[in-house]
Design a protein around this ligand. Structure first.
Ligand SMILES: C[S@@+](CC[C@H](N)C(=O)[O-])C[C@H]1O[C@@H](n2cnc3c(N)ncnc32)[C@H](O)[C@@H]1O
Length: 210
């Protein structure tokens, strides 16, 4: 597992530059994200925090699920991503780093974050997970999606190729590398369920933390 990724400043610039081009990765990720949203099971009137909103496709789904009585808050490091999200959804949006969330303790029923932790340096992931735990109500639910290690021949080959390219330039791959998040989530105090979805060879883990 790569410990280091790209710096926070490089991530901000990269995702600001990428803009709507980020949606090209959906052909590898949309099934894992659809399962994650199903497992998140947002109910009408709930408070939901979405960290690393990207272009906002899932954000709009969260807003519809929480309905007019709910509250969905989006958070991202890159202002360009927040601006794209604003086109899909009318919710509060905050710019910042996931290691420090601008919210009260126990404020959210649900937290959703897809393909964010896989670009955070390993040493910083526990701090992000502590923030997620702090922001969540004690009976709340966290759902994460991340690139992970391969589970069958196509996905192992995919990850081997990915790893070679990552060694050359993490930037070409959005800074994301394969992770195994379950032990880190357990160490942060969550009870964890994990599923793996492979789409076009790309393996994603979907984790539910309670
Ligand atoms: C790979 S994209 C995933 C976007 C979206 N969740 C999706 O699944 O399409 C990663 C997102 O996380 C944001 N990001 C990167 N580092 C971050 C950090 N430290 N804190 C908050 N957001 C961050 C990026 O700007 C980008 O929008």
């Amino acid at each position: 597992m790569f410990q280091e990724t790209i710096s926070r400043e490089d991530a901000r610039q990269l995702y600001n530059r990428l803009g709507p081009g980020l949606d090209r990765s959906n052909r590898f990720e949309e099934r894992a994200k659809a399962l994650a949203l199903e497992l998140l099971a947002v109910e009408e009137g709930q408070r939901v925090l979405h960290v690393g909103v990207g272009t906002g496709m899932e954000h709009a789904v969260l807003q519809r699920a929480a309905g007019p009585r709910g509250l969905v808050v989006g958070h991202d490091l890159a202002r360009g991503m927040l601006e794209l999200t604003r086109r899909h959804a009318d919710t509060p949006l905050c710019e910042g780093d996931a290691v420090q969330l601008p919210c009260r303790t126990g404020m959210f029923d649900r937290i959703f974050s897809a393909y964010l932790l896989d670009l955070i340096p390993l040493v910083a992931i526990p701090a992000v997970l502590r923030e997620f735990r702090r922001a969540l109500r004690p009976d709340g639910r966290l759902v994460l999606v991340s690139l992970t290690e391969g589970v069958n021949l196509p996905s192992r080959l995919f990850v081997a190729g990915w790893t070679l390219v990552y060694r050359l330039s993490p930037q070409w791959l959005g800074g994301c590398r394969p992770l195994q998040l379950a032990p880190l989530l357990e160490a942060a105090g969550f009870a964890v369920e994990r599923r793996v979805i492979v789409q076009r060879g790309f393996p994603s883990e979907v984790l539910v933390g309670r």
